[in-house]
Design a protein around this ligand. Structure first.
Ligand SMILES: [Zn+2]
Length: 63
């Protein structure tokens, strides 16, 4: 079996471990997960705050 991990999977792992904190109200979601979308060589992570509906977006480039 291969243990190869794509850059995308490594990034995802990194984000899964990072804190999801709402910049608007300070709410920290410890159980949620980032919503991940990819566009070409970019990965966009979004976290929608359950208390105030603010959207935190982070975008990373692959490669
Ligand atoms: Zn919030």
């Amino acid at each position: 079996m291969s243990t190869y991990r794509s850059p995308f999977e490594r990034l995802r792992e990194k984000f899964d471990e990072s804190e999801m904190r709402c910049p608007a109200c300070g709410y920290v979601d410890t159980d949620g997960s980032w919503r991940v979308t990819t566009t070409g060589d970019r990965v966009r992570y979004q976290f929608i705050c359950p208390t105030c509906d603010a959207v935190e977006t982070r975008e990373l480039r692959l490669g």
